[in-house]
Design a protein around this ligand. Sequence first.
Ligand code: GTP
Ligand code: MG
Length: 461
Amino acid sequence: MSAVLPGAEDTIAALATPPGRSALAVVRLSGPLAHDIASRLLEPWRATPRAAYRATLRDPSTGRVIDRPVVTVYGAPRSYTGDDLVELSVHGGHVGPARALGALLAAGARLALPGEFTRRAVAAGKLDVLQAEAIGDLIDAESQAMHDSALEQLEGRLSRRVAELRESVLRVEAMIAYDIDFPEEDSGPIEPARVAEATVALEDALERLLGTAAAGEMVRRGARVVLAGAPNVGKSSLFNALVGRERAIVTPIPGTTREAIEAVVDLGAWPMRLIDTAGLRASADPIEQLGVAMTERVLAEADVVLACGDSASSLGAAGAAARARTPAPVVPVRTKADLLAPSDFASLRYQSETPVAVSAVTGAGLAELRERLEAMIAGRVGEEWRDTPLLTRERHRAAIALARAEVGAFKQAWSDGDSGVPIVVAAVHLRAAAMALESLIGAIDVEDVLDRVFSTFCVGK
Ligand SMILES: Nc1nc2c(ncn2[C@@H]2O[C@H](COP(=O)(O)OP(=O)(O)OP(=O)(O)O)[C@@H](O)[C@H]2O)c(=O)[nH]1
Ligand SMILES: [Mg+2]
């Protein structure tokens, strides 16, 4: 990448670990003066790359000992950023790491901007933009599924897929090059049908990748699991039990919950956004009406609904109400199971779709409900995601959608033949498709793309 950012030649420093109490903290220093600055603060100074050693770190102005860090030195270009880099592993805490960083800044380093280390890695060609995003996703992962997907993206799986698609676009461009250069000829050396075939295959491949966006969204943001049912059936109590703390207000008064309340629950493999809602009923109270309207909206966007009822009739009504408002799968949940007589339990099993019986009071059935949810979400996402790279961000989805639209526009223009637009004009669509794919991996200079990608990073990464 050729674009040079302001300050790209600066030597930057930052804490790579979060501030606060911890056994260790890592302070990073990267740039042309990294070795020089470190050599002035550390005693002894050894420039041998990748050989960790213990040194004394002193404050440059007072000469006082700050810490005795373990020092790892990297030489350009064999470092995370591609520049000379020094990592100090110091004792953690609120004060020590800040003093170590302060010493580096006093000796001539500049405090790094969010994501600046990774941005330099991209500028040095160590990572492409998709891989840089994967670093951010690894750090932000809230579930194993997200972590797995980010690791694969970091390994370059999505980058390779995008590069292949770009190659396919370039191949179609090459196929029509003759027709562009010699438009007056009847037909080039490549049969028009072959071009059309290649275009359709390309469109299909883009469509398939685009099809992973829903699973990607689920992996990244978590499945939206909505608790719905009549007032007072125990939705908020179940919500609290699943979340593991008293997040929602519970009272014996029907109509307690007025708004949708959300909490993230890690099911292990999957993140889940559990959403408690206002009980569904006709009400004259305008506040409650608004709450019910919100429940309807939340239901429409649900990935899974837990239709809650504390009796056979309220359970049936909850299921019917949920199905009327969402295409998402519905799990019937019989709440307040601690109040059920053994004979009621037996009758539950004979219903067409066996409800999960749970008690927020005793905790009975919660493990079963979690298992059922996990299986349900896995079913929603499908298994293909393990075999194909996922589009986990809107930026990815938009770029692939644009590429597909441009390939579609080319296909249309090409099939119109002589009656349609000139071939040179049609070819512009292929160029646009290639550029959309290039913007994803950062194969072209797109500073605003980089700005957007790195704006969400933490300092020190
Ligand atoms: N015995 C028993 N009582 C429960 C259980 N879950 C909830 N309750 C009681 O049922 C009443 C209503 O509980 P909530 O959790 O507020 O019910 P809700 O469905 O959120 O009600 P709204 O917000 O009004 O729609 C409270 O008095 C709870 O203590 C349970 O598992 N067992
Ligand atoms: Mg409630």
